[in-house]
Write a protein that binds this ligand. Structure first.
Ligand code: SF4
Length: 63
């Protein structure tokens, strides 16, 4: 199964992924991006988030 992963060391917490794909990405109270634990991820929306992430720090990982 493919899971989206955020490289937090590169993430600028710009919020773009949250806007594009709020079902998957959120900004925690601690101020970093968290990925929801889902049984399946919306491929197109995550791909959009990957495309628009200004830091290029979202990727799919096979688990
Ligand atoms: S779009 Fe990229 S840089 Fe912006 S908050 Fe999401 S993961 Fe971080």
């Amino acid at each position: 199964m493919k899971v989206p992963v955020v490289d937090l060391s590169e993430c600028s917490v710009c919020g773009t992924c949250v806007e594009v794909c709020p079902a998957v990405f959120r900004i925690t109270d601690a101020g970093y991006v968290a990925v929801a634990e889902l049984s399946a991820y919306p491929q197109e929306d995550v791909d959009l988030a990957i495309r628009y992430c200004p830091e290029d720090c979202i990727s799919w990982q096979e688990v």
